[in-house]
Design a protein around this ligand. Structure first.
Ligand SMILES: *[C@@H]1O[C@H](CO)[C@@H](O)[C@H](O)[C@H]1NC(C)=O
Ligand SMILES: *[C@@H]1O[C@H](CO)[C@@H](O)[C@H](O)[C@H]1NC(C)=O
Ligand SMILES: *[C@@H]1O[C@H](CO)[C@@H](O)[C@H](O)[C@H]1NC(C)=O
Ligand SMILES: *[C@@H]1O[C@H](CO)[C@@H](O)[C@H](O)[C@H]1NC(C)=O
Ligand SMILES: [Ca+2]
Ligand SMILES: [Ca+2]
Ligand SMILES: [Ca+2]
Length: 337
């Protein structure tokens, strides 16, 4: 099954690059392969109405979270569902109905469209208005009710839905999925760079969601001093482990953190604030701009951005302070339960 899905995906990838009509005839040398290719293309374009009716019928459910969907309707299938806010606003997002009992609601994704763009277009989780100490951005997108993006493009651009502030949750789950990865394959464990969840219901202590947590710990330049931070919560791995987490960040960064945690609102040496250190807890040094994401509106020059300074020693350079290419070119999907 897994193998088949992967073949399918490889097929998808190749379709992205060459549409069938564009393949030069000189390259079509094997008629068996060509026929199979054509058949696969048709299979992808043929609408499966049975499936469509089934997923469209999910609008019958009236719930505020994927957890309620599981508890109230016993839904157990991963995919896109309709949720309703407390005020009655309808929106769509992805539910992970399998990991550790399921019931996880995707509420946001943090995507870096250009690590070279320093707080420019696309840096919605830091600043799109340039690196500016006069805009410390305490009321940026980590702590407001602004929403953006769509669920299907959550690995291709930033995403934030009303669940981010509307759902009262206890735990979080995080998936690092390669950029542009199609939604129907997100739940393949092998597709993820890293996956984990918390299990100690820590959100109960911080208002039940990130919207409330970041009110207590503002993601704002100059709000605290080097090494100050919000909670660091131990994680349970669903894909990867402490050692693989360590290796996803630069060799210099590895001396500064302890893997096996998710940390909120870190402050670096220049008093810049970052929202989430995924998989790690900063312990010494605090050059967190190389391994924590999101932020306020001001960083040390050349470090502002959604993945602030993940490319310090060259993008994906596997050296110095540079995070790995896998990490830098993967979107960070945030779930609540
Ligand atoms: C064409 O490809 C198929 C499947 O990859 C292979 O079994 C077959 O031997 C190939 N035929 C030729 C003539 O290369
Ligand atoms: C295309 O779909 C048909 C019917 O579902 C199936 O029998 C066939 O094996 C599929 N072909 C490929 C190449 O996936
Ligand atoms: C749609 O969902 C309702 C309620 O779960 C169910 O009774 C009905 O049979 C479903 N319709 C289709 C076409 O699946
Ligand atoms: C928050 O997101 C919106 C997109 O809806 C964007 O226009 C705005 O610039 C973001 N805020 C910051 C501080 O970047
Ligand atoms: Ca950027
Ligand atoms: Ca972004
Ligand atoms: Ca530094």
């Amino acid at each position: 099954m897994l193998h088949n899905i992967f073949l399918l995906f490889v097929g998808l990838l190749s379709l992205e690059h060459v549409s069938f009509a564009e393949v030069p005839s000189s390259q079509i040398v094997n008629i068996t392969e060509t026929r199979e290719y054509a058949e696969r293309t048709q299979n992808f374009t043929r609408t499966n109405f049975e499936h469509l009716v089934k997923v469209r019928n999910r609008s019958m459910y009236v719930v505020r979270s994927c957890k309620e969907l599981r508890d109230r309707y016993d839904e157990r299938v991963d995919g896109v569902y309709y949720l309703t806010t407390g005020n009655g606003m309808l929106y769509q997002t992805y539910c992970d109905m399998t990991t550790a009992g399921g019931g996880w609601t995707l509420v946001a994704s943090v995507h870096e469209n250009s690590v070279y763009g320093r707080c420019t277009v696309g840096d919605r989780w830091s600043s799109q208005q340039g690196n500016n100490a006069d805009l410390p951005d305490g009321d940026g997108n980590w702590s407001n009710r602004n929403t953006f993006g769509t669920v299907e493009s959550a690995t291709s651009d930033d995403f934030k839905n009303p669940g981010y502030y509307d759902i009262t949750a206890e735990d979080m789950s995080v998936w690092h999925i390669p950029n542009n990865f199609p939604l129907e394959f997100w739940n393949l464990e092998a597709a993820a760079v890293l996956r984990y969840h918390t299990g100690n219901r820590f959100l109960r202590l911080y208002g039940g969601n990130l919207f409330q947590l970041f009110k207590q710990y503002p993601v704002r330049y100059n709000v605290g001093s080097c090494g100050d931070r919000g909670p660091a919560i131990p994680i349970v791995y669903d894909h990867g482990d402490k050692e693989s987490t360590r290796m996803l960040y630069g060799p210099n960064s590895r001396n500064e953190f302890e893997p096996g945690f998710i940390t909120f609102r870190a402050i670096n040496r220049e008093r810049a604030a970052m929202a989430i250190c995924s998989g790690v807890k900063p312990t010494v040094g605090y050059n967190t701009e190389h391994y924590c994401i999101g932020g306020g509106g001001y960083f040390h020059p050349e470090q502002c951005g959604d993945f602030p300074s993940f490319d310090y020693d060259r993008l994906g350079g596997y050296q110095g302070w540079s995070a790995s290419r896998e990490m830098t070119e993967a979107a960070v999907l945030l779930f609540y339960r």
